[in-house]
Every structure is written in C-alpha cells, then in structure tokens.
Write a protein that binds this ligand. Structure first.
Ligand SMILES: Nc1ncnc2c1ncn2[C@@H]1O[C@H](COP(=O)(O)OP(=O)(O)OP(=O)(O)O)[C@@H](O)[C@H]1O
Length: 231
C-alpha cells in the first residue's frame, strides 16, 4: 500500500534519511521503531508531504506521491496524528474536528458519529476549548480529527507520549479495533515496547535513517531489541 524506494532527505546540509526502503502492507498495523533521532518522525513527515524528499520515490497504492501536496494526501485518505498532537487550543473540540471535514471526499460533511462512539469524552466536551482538555483528551481529539477524513491509512507519531495508562489502553483498543475490524491500515511510531508488541502486527526497525530490520512483531527478538532499541 505504501512503499518508500531509496528515499533520501536532508534538513539543510544534514542528511537524515539515507536510501530508505520501506514497505507497508494494506490492512497491516506496522510499528516504526528505533532509538531517538534515527529519523522516524522525519519519515512520517515525508510520507505526509510535510517535508520534501531529495530523491527516491514514495508510492501510495502503486502511484508516486512524492510531488503531491500534504492536502492532496489528506484528501486521498492519508490521516495523520502528529507528535505533540497539534490540536488548535483556542478552537472548541467540535471546531477542531470540523477542520477535517473538507477532506471528506464525496461524503456528507458531518463529523461521523463513529468518532464519538470511539471517544465518548469528545461528545461530552464538544464546546470545550481544545487547550482546556487534558493531555489524554487532546490525544483522543487529535486521533478523532484524523478519523474525520475517513482515512485509508492512519499514521500516528508516538500517540502515548506523556499520557496516563488508562488512556493509553483506550487508545490501544481503538487502534486495534479500527485495524482488525475495519481493516484500516495503521502506521505507528512507538517507543514503548509493550504497547508496540500488543498493538502492532509488524515492525520496521530504523537505524541512522534506514530501515535495518522488517518482520512480523512476533519475530522481534531480544537480539534485535538489544541491537537497535536498548539504550
Ligand atoms: N527541522 C529540523 N531541522 C534540522 N534537523 C532536524 C529537524 N528536525 C529533526 N532534525 C534532526 O533529524 C534527526 C532525526 O529526527 P527525527 O525527529 O526524525 O527522529 P526520531 O527518530 O523521530 O526521534 P525521536 O524518537 O526523538 O522523536 C535528529 O538528529 C534531529 O535532530
């Protein structure tokens, strides 16, 4: 469904992604893992069109999209929950969710009821300002906002950073439900090994701007963890 072919990316003169190759299967839940600074967020931003690549190809359902804008990618079903959530603090919960409505292709321009079913707290807080929500509630809002576009693939960058365990569990359950029951393809950058193992079906391990190991989550061995994850 998504392929990176020999992707190179630079910030100014500093190269971060080096001939990166990546393959994401439709309907999978794939965790991108690796130590701090290996380029996980950079990879996701390149996929979303928020950062240009210098060379290589990014394929989406077989078509190159590296020249397409971030708006095009959202319109065509790539949903993104950025690190740090990036919700609009002065807009209400409802207004935050409405931001995604123009991207709903040929569908009613209404917030789908399913989002409130997944995250009931958002319904209770519709008129509350985003900035007044707790960290966990903001994360639920950020995921809800990405779901408004009815994505084919949902990309999440460390959704559990700084969030209390019960909300982490809830977010894990929602991701699993969307993936297993609705066949939504999920790409997740995740540092917490326990969460990655529980939610992910596949892993991609990164080291210095490259994918160095790729397999089913059940094959993530202690050796690989020691080599590429342990600090
Ligand atoms: N806007 C930027 N300008 C210059 N360098 C950057 C920029 N953003 C990130 N970098 C550098 O790129 C490298 C990769 O960063 P990136 O955030 O992609 O890594 P990461 O694997 O997601 O790390 P983390 O787990 O800490 O979030 C780091 O060395 C970082 O300092």
């Amino acid at each position: 469904m998504i392929q990176f072919k020999n992707v190179n990316q630079l910030y100014g003169g500093t190269q971060i992604l080096w001939d990166l190759n990546l393959d994401i299967q439709p309907g999978s839940c794939t965790c991108i893992m690796g130590r701090n600074g290996v380029g996980k967020t950079t990879l996701l931003k390149c996929l979303m069109g928020l950062l240009p690549i210098k060379s290589g190809e990014i394929l989406y359902d077989g078509d190159p999209i590296q020249a397409k804008s971030a708006e095009w990618r959202a319109h065509n079903g790539i949903g993104f929950v950025p690190q740090g959530r990036d919700i609009f603090p002065l807009l209400t919960v409802e207004e935050n969710l409405q931001v995604g409505l123009p991207c709903r292709k040929q569908k009613t321009k209404q917030i789908p009821e399913k989002i409130f079913e997944l995250f009931p707290v958002l319904k209770d807080m519709l008129n509350r300002r985003g900035g007044d929500l707790s960290g966990g509630q903001q994360q639920q809002l950020a995921i809800g906002r990405a779901l408004v576009i009815d994505p084919k693939v949902l990309i999440l960058d460390e959704p559990n950073e700084g969030i209390q365990p019960n909300v982490v569990r809830q977010i894990g359950d929602v991701i699993t439900r969307l993936n297993r029951e609705e066949n939504l393809t999920v790409i997740l950058v995740e540092q917490k090994l326990g969460f990655a193992r529980k939610v992910g079906q596949d892993f991609r391990l990164m080291e210095k701007g490259k994918v160095v190991a790729a397999n089913k989550m059940s094959e993530l061995s202690d050796d690989l963890i020691k080599q590429h994850l342990a600090v």
